[in-house]
Write a protein that binds this ligand. Structure first.
Ligand code: HEM
Length: 512
């Protein structure tokens, strides 16, 4: 080898080294990405994260301590920008709302369930998203429709109370989460399809939705698409699950369409009883909708949009009720204070209406404190910027996933006094009084996100939680099981749930 060859070889090696150092931190993209851990060739930080064997949340906490409030993780071919400080979260979601309002690319499996991003949560920021979201808000969440459908909540919560009675007399205790899931799911199914259906059918829909959440959660090929062929089995399983989802919901859509087309006269099918007036079910609006770029929606798209509503509203609310009940079971003083508020307003046996819960400040404070102390999700959904932009002095490329770690701010001692304590009173007098949970005024707690992509149904979700809690505490005194006390260990499912679901003894108040 001549000395010139040696020089060239050394120069190439040096260049490769420099390129690699740069790529491993920046993903080879924009030059001024937020800092982050150096990664390995091709896979970036992906295997470093996997090999740590910790939940992603704990990896993020460690990286935050090292790199500060905004950092980059190169996960295979995906660049993740993680944002953790209240100031930067507010700047991105509210002040620069439209810029950060898009969603990143989806995996083939997620595209299968969203029929190519035809769902509010996954649609890119643009006319399709606007049309779908506007339709949901006007058809499902507007105050008139919420009032018009209050009988659905009454019917479902009455069944809920009967079920609690029955389970308690059969087993001596009740399990909170499974019962609440079933009740909220039945409310949302009725809101979507205007129909009452059998308990078995509700359970089947609920079970399929859970499986969909699992199969659509991030997997290796989402980060390294070149591995997709090795995961053919999963794609096949996803197609099979999608078929089951269609089989479980298309009959409801067809029954409803027949009901609407007959002007409301074809009211009974052996499998579904149409109970909402024409126009009052969410699906009625979807029959008419022709969003830009899609035209009239087919059955596949309608299944996707109704499933999205049911799954977005079930676990989030049921988890919150479970955590709130956990606090009431383990702190009888809080429970009795709430019971007193209920009795003072409506009496021991008076009916609690939807108007009443707005006039129960302590109930509202308990729910807010539950959202703060046990936010159903630690991150909002993944965001993406609509074009290359800037945040915290760094470049945010358009194709990166931007992850907002909102749970962090609810534990920040500079924002909250004794942040780990559960103290509803802080929302009556104290550091929670002026908090805006929609995040417009500032990011102190954001259980529903903030800005353009804020949960469009947060008022409805909160109403379900308020009603369930108020009725459950009015009817029963909730006590821990002496040899099986509540265990507050968390686990990360679609939401952050109790690892060992809450079980409690219930005593009818009129017998206490
Ligand atoms: C306690 C109950 C609920 C909580 C804590 C909750 C929380 C959230 C959060 C954190 C997001 C993501 C925001 C973001 O990406 O920035 C979201 C989005 C969404 N939620 Fe909720 N939610 C609840 C109830 C509901 C209900 C009852 C429905 C439907 C009836 C619903 C429908 C949606 C939809 C469609 C989106 C996507 C919005 C978009 O991308 O524009 N949620 N929710």
């Amino acid at each position: 080898m001549e000395w010139t060859d040696l020089v060239i070889l050394l120069a190439v090696a040096l260049l490769f080294r420099l390129w690699w150092r740069y790529w491993s931190v920046t993903g080879g993209g924009a030059k001024n990405l937020p800092p982050g851990p150096p990664g390995w060739p091709l896979v970036g930080n992906l295997f470093q994260v996997i090999l740590q064997g910790k939940h992603f949340i704990f990896v993020v906490r460690d990286l935050r301590a090292k790199y500060g409030p905004i950092f980059t993780m190169q996960m295979g071919q995906r660049t993740l920008i993680v944002v953790t400080s209240p100031e930067l979260i507010h700047e991105a979601l509210v002040q620069k709302g439209p810029l950060f309002a898009s969603r990143p690319a989806d995996s083939p499996i997620r595209l299968l369930f969203s029929v190519g991003k035809c769902a509010i949560n996954s649609a890119e920021y643009g006319p399709l998203w606007r049309s779908l979201r506007r339709n949901l808000v006007t058809e499902l969440i507007n105050p008139t429709r919420i009032r018009q459908c209050s009988w659905i909540r009454n019917w479902a919560i009455e069944n809920h109370m009967k079920r609690l009675h029955q389970r308690s007399s059969e087993e001596g205790f009740v399990e909170v989460m499974s019962s609440c899931r079933q009740t909220i799911c039945s409310i949302l199914i009725c809101l979507c399809f205007g129909a009452k259906i059998s308990e078995e059918w509700i359970k089947e829909i609920e079970c399929i939705l859970k499986e969909v959440m699992l199969i659509t959660s991030p997997k290796l090929p989402d980060f390294l698409p070149l591995l997709t062929p090795l995961f053919r089995g999963q794609v096949q399983a996803a197609k099979e699950l999608r078929r089951r989802q269609l089989d479980s919901l298309v009959p409801l859509i067809r029954d409803r369409r027949a009901f609407v087309e007959s002007g409301g006269s074809k009211n009974s099918s052996p499998r579904s009883e149409m109970v909402s007036d024409i126009g009052a079910a969410y699906v009625d609006s979807l029959f008419q909708l022709a969003p830009p770029g899609r035209g009239k929606l087919g059955e596949e798209e309608i299944v996707t949009l109704c499933s999205e509503t049911i799954s977005a509203g079930t676990d989030t609310s049921a988890t919150t009720v479970e955590w709130a009940m956990h606090r009431l079971v383990t702190n009888q003083e809080i429970q009795e204070k709430l019971y007193k508020e209920i009795v003072d307003l409506v009496g021991k046996n008076g009916e609690i209406t939807e108007k009443d819960v707005e006039n129960m400040p302590y109930l509202v404070a308990i729910v807010k404190e539950t959202f703060r102390r046990h936010p159903p999700s630690h991150f909002v959904l993944s965001h993406a910027s609509t074009k290359e932009t800037e945040l915290g002095g760094y470049t945010i490329p358009a194709d990166a996933s931007v992850e907002f770690y909102t749970e962090w701010i609810t534990k920040d001692p500079s924002l909250w006094e004794d942040p780990n304590e559960f103290r509803p009173e802080r929302f009556l007098i104290g550091d929670g009084v002026d908090v805006d949970i929609t995040g417009v005024k500032g990011a102190k707690m954001l259980p529903f996100g903030a800005g353009r992509r804020i949960c469009p149904a947060w008022t409805l979700g909160t109403l379900h939680i308020h009603l369930l809690l108020a009725r459950m505490v009015q009817a029963f005194k909730w006590l821990p099981i002496p040899d099986n006390p509540p265990d507050p260990t968390e686990t990360y499912a679609f939401t952050v749930v109790m690892k060992n679901p809450l079980k409690a003894i219930i005593l009818p108040r009129n017998k206490v």
